[in-house]
Design a protein around this ligand. Sequence first.
Ligand SMILES: C[S@@+](CC[C@H](N)C(=O)[O-])C[C@H]1O[C@@H](n2cnc3c(N)ncnc32)[C@H](O)[C@@H]1O
Length: 306
Amino acid sequence: MADDATTDEATTDDPGDRRGDELGFATDGRRVDAAEFAAINARHWDDLAEAHDRGTGRFYDTDALIRGENPLWRVEREGLALGAPDGLDGLDVLHLQCHLAADAIHFARQGARVTGLDASLVALERAAARAERCGVDVRWVRADASSPPHDLDGGFDLVWATIGVTGWAHDLDRWTAACARLLRPGGRLVLIDVHPLYGMFATVTPPVADFPYGGGTVLAFDEGGSYDDPDAPVEATEAAVAAWDVGQHVAAAVRAGLTIEHLAEHTASEHDPRGMLTPEADGSCRLRLGPGQPPVPLLFTLVARR
Ligand SMILES: C[S@@+](CC[C@H](N)C(=O)[O-])C[C@H]1O[C@@H](n2cnc3c(N)ncnc32)[C@H](O)[C@@H]1O
């Protein structure tokens, strides 16, 4: 009788399936491993960072940042109150997958010693230029979020990772374990991300799902523009994204030895992370699968303590 691997080999046609070191298919049909996925995403994020830094889209307004406006969304302010209940002054904070680092700059202004970590060199260069214009000091580290340098171990009171992070990790256990080792005892991870249910949809009117609800499936996409600006000039349009459900996030935190202090799913947000929703009369965006239907979650928050 064939063992599991042979059976899998013979029958699978799922574009997101995994075999050995291979994670799934690139958009041209090639089977690719973790290194190729990282390379695909690095090219994509370098281009997005350059496009977003132009400040022509919905999210990355450098002038507002220089003026000192608070860049945090409502759910992020709530998450920060749980992650740093006594305030940020004097804390060591890691802004994980910091992109253009508006949050890192905001935290530095609140008196935190801040490190911004990202895999994209272009993102870090643009983030550093923004921090300089804002007159704050931030330490920058270029690394994969799932394998940060060990000299950072145990160095942080708060690891802050929000809005568009774990989908770029092909191994959620490794990503979460890295967060755990970066924290000092008693430190907290605040993870706020697009809810995996919202992540399923290619369009919301009508609702059309093109992405699985979790399971660790990795799929490749080839789409122009970005969530910040559908007309953003992006040449490296290919990206590889993993689907992680809420249960997997909880299980990964537990396996990493973290104590979950808070888990919440949010059905309303003043900002739409994917740019597919129209704000309702109260100014909040909601995902409804039909007119008048109750909203389903857009975002989730997980706060866990080492
Ligand atoms: C949607 S942005 C995160 C938004 C960010 N929290 C902010 O405040 O704007 C995703 C970031 O994750 C980074 N990224 C993607 N894969 C990564 C990886 N494996 N390791 C580290 N950073 C990664 C990208 O370069 C990008 O800057």
